[in-house]
Design a protein around this ligand. Structure first.
Ligand SMILES: [Zn+2]
Length: 407
């Protein structure tokens, strides 16, 4: 495909339609967008530009920012394999899960490249072109999970941006993988992972310090899985925040994944922690859990904490329920925290796009602008709110100006 073309008849949001003081709808217009070398270089009204450039007709479809799946495990999926439900396991006791993995990983590794690729293709079809994947670094698979994932990603070179977290799933200290982690980080992982330092490693301080040392020495950021209950989880977050006061180079480069313990404390405590997290640039990656684990995410966002979401699992030994759709996550956000109003649905999209939205809070068009990366999706919807509520299929995904998926 050419690197310089005009996408014609693109539907873009241009403002809110207000009536009686309420936002009742979203105004859209059709535009022609010139795309060159991966950037949107000009956004023009339909009749503004006559050009000899090749044209691609978007047919009036809505353009939205590319979707971002910021927490997935591409390396150990059942996707594309025979159906298997999760095993009965006392609320997924972490030690039973680790024991299960010791049996399972050798059976998954032989064709994990193929299944990771099938899963990436699924994500592209759901509009995600920016991905953060955790990858097991454990004594059973050694570096093979990572080597296979890197091999799988080669086939998508230039089609997605995928960061990898070196993830000590069987415990950084418990499974003795510090030196394996060093090797993994040298192989090109952008993030140092961690896991339940008190519960799994049995020594919160030593575990967190070992993780921070790995991150410091490799010049990577941190993305830690934290599933611990409030009694140990909250002290863990405090220890992490205290450590960040003395390691300014890691500020803005730490993500806590899940952090269910934040759903178990009072709003006052959440607010105090949230303000510190925001000040030290600690983001939160949440799968938007249901039931007793419903997270206080709106309050954390109000404190200024950067929020992300991800698939985690489409289907694996942890859960068989994932669709791979970040539009579905935005829909879930709207159901959990908003209502079905035009404005709430419009704003809900932000969890799926890395906080890039077509309209600002007042309804001014802020995306796309000339100079923005040409990372977007096209879909058959009249506006963001409809896309979030109805979740239409993605018609096309573009990454850096290249079409990387088409229905
Ligand atoms: Zn995970």
């Amino acid at each position: 495909m050419t690197d310089h073309f005009i996408l014609i008849n693109v539907r873009l949001e241009t403002g809110f339609i207000e009536n009686d003081g309420h936002i009742q709808g979203t105004q859209c217009d059709l535009f022609n967008i010139e795309i060159k070398d991966g950037q949107m270089v000009a956004i023009c009204g339909q009749n503004e530009v006559q050009s000899a450039l090749p044209q691609i007709d978007a047919d009036g479809m809505l353009m939205l920012p590319t979707l971002r799946d910021m927490h997935i495990h591409l390396d150990k999926t059942f996707y594309g394999r025979a159906w298997r439900a999760a095993k009965p396991n006392n609320e997924q006791d972490i030690f039973q899960m680790i024991a299960l993995e010791q049996q399972l990983l050798p059976t998954l590794l032989p064709d994990s490249v193929e299944h990771a690729q099938q899963l990436i293709a699924l994500l592209l079809s759901k509009g995600s072109t920016v991905i953060r994947s955790h990858c097991n670094i454990d004594p059973v698979s050694g570096l093979r999970s990572l080597e296979h994932l890197l091999q799988a990603l080669e086939a998508f070179n230039g089609q997605i941006e995928c960061e990898i977290v070196a993830f000590p799933q069987h415990g950084l200290l418990r499974s003795g993988v510090a030196s394996l982690m060093r090797e993994a980080l040298a192989l090109g992982c952008q993030w140092t992972g961690g896991l339940d330092p008190a519960k799994v490693d049995g020594d919160m301080q030593r575990s967190l310090d070992a993780m921070l040392t790995l991150a410091h020495d490799s010049g990577t950021g941190v993305d830690i899985h934290l599933h611990e209950a409030a009694s140990t989880g909250i002290p863990c977050i405090h220890h992490l925040l205290n450590a960040l006061e003395y390691t300014p180079e890691l500020q803005g480069r730490v993500t806590i994944s899940h952090a269910y313990c934040l759903a178990q404390i009072s709003d006052v405590e959440v607010q105090a922690l949230g303000e510190r997290m925001a000040a030290l640039g600690v983001s939160l990656s949440s799968g938007l859990p249901l039931g007793k684990n419903v997270m206080p995410l709106p309050l954390l966002r109000k404190c200024g904490v950067k929020l992300m979401t991800g698939t985690d699992s489409v289907i694996d030994h942890w859960s068989p329920f994932g669709s791979g759709s970040m539009l579905e996550k935005a829909n879930l956000w709207a159901q959990l925290y908003g209502r079905g109003t035009e404005y709430a649905l419009n704003r809900a999209l932000t969890i799926a796009t890395g906080d890039i939205l077509p309209l600002d809070e007042q309804g001014a068009r802020i995306w796309p602008l000339a100079g923005d990366a040409a990372d977007f999706i096209l879909l058959n919807a009249s506006c963001s709110a409809e896309a979030v509520a109805r979740q239409p299929a993605i018609s096309a995904s573009y990454f850096r100006g290249q079409q990387v998926y088409r229905a």
